[in-house]
Design a protein around this ligand. Structure first.
Ligand code: ADP
Length: 263
């Protein structure tokens, strides 16, 4: 974690600085890039190993301790499940980021009913959201939007994952869908600490994490960078902000409205 911490704050910026700086000659630039990439690989390996160690530990417990109570067994199994899911998300994030950076994201656009994607994302995120109360308020008759439903689900999933991660258990996570002129906006609101004003413009940067403590939690600092990349690839915008009514973050996705809802 400590290494990731340092990298999270520095790597993206450092690589950019090196690319721009005139003080570095070509060889130095290449050497420095190699060094940073090696450090990044080390930190990624660490992030892969931590959940794997928990999985192996729990599996060893299940296999080697014959007298476990049913409850202990259940606890070990859910550790395995949760840590495997975390690994899965981490790897998915890395792959998504690589695809975005190599320009390999080609959205498969179609006319989609926002409420259907919201529904399917909530089903997929059920386990992650289990500790929170989820409220959805989608205006009836929301117009259809032209998006790639798979990419869009990934965006909503990342936002819900963050809301669940940063807002305390038991608080409300809400999703609101509105029409505003010829735009459709979808907001995800939570009751967590929110995001300091000065960090708002950076949260979509790769590896950017607001609080030092955030790097103690599972995460890559890539989730929001992926969200922005995907939303923009679909012709929409995404913004971060804070709630006006109480502490908490708000993420707003805006897309052009396409046609009236069929329902
Ligand atoms: P991470 O893997 O760290 O969650 P993200 O790119 O998804 O990476 O988010 C970047 C940073 O933005 C987080 O580390 C956190 O500091 C902040 N952040 C994201 N979502 C929220 C939220 N709902 N509430 C408070 N802070 C948030």
């Amino acid at each position: 974690r400590r290494l990731l911490d340092a990298l999270s704050d520095q790597a993206a910026l450092a690589i950019e600085r090196i690319n721009l700086s005139k003080d570095f000659d070509k060889a130095q630039r290449a050497a420095e890039r190699d060094r940073l990439q090696a450090a990044l690989l080390t930190s990624i390996s660490h992030d892969l190993r931590t959940p794997l160690a928990s999985i192996l530990g729990a599996a060893d417990g299940l296999a080697g301790l014959p007298d476990l109570t049913v409850d202990d067994r259940k606890a070990l199994l859910s550790t395995i499940q949760e840590e495997a899911e975390r690994l899965n998300r981490f790897i998915a994030n890395l792959l998504d980021m690589t695809k975005l950076e190599s320009g390999a994201v080609t959205p498969n656009m179609g006319l989609v009913d926002v409420s259907e994607v919201v529904g399917s994302t909530l089903r997929r995120a059920e386990r992650i959201l289990a500790g929170h109360r989820v409220e959805t308020a989608l205006d009836p008759g929301l117009p259809m939007v032209r998006i790639d439903p798979v990419l869009f689900e990934q965006v909503l999933f990342n936002l819900l994952d963050n809301a669940a991660k940063y807002a305390p258990a038991g608080t409300i996570i809400s999703m609101e869908g509105r029409r505003a002129g010829n735009l459709v906006s979808l907001r995800i609101l939570d009751e967590g600490p929110g995001i300091p004003q000065a960090d708002l413009e950076h949260v979509f940067d790769k590896f950017y994490r607001v609080r030092k403590a955030d790097s103690q939690r599972a995460g890559t600092g890539l989730g929001l960078a992926i969200c922005r990349g995907f939303v923009e690839a679909m012709g929409g915008t995404i913004e971060a902000g804070n709630r006006a009514d109480r502490p908490g973050a708000v993420f707003t996705i805006t897309l052009p409205a396409q046609a009236e809802a069929t329902a």
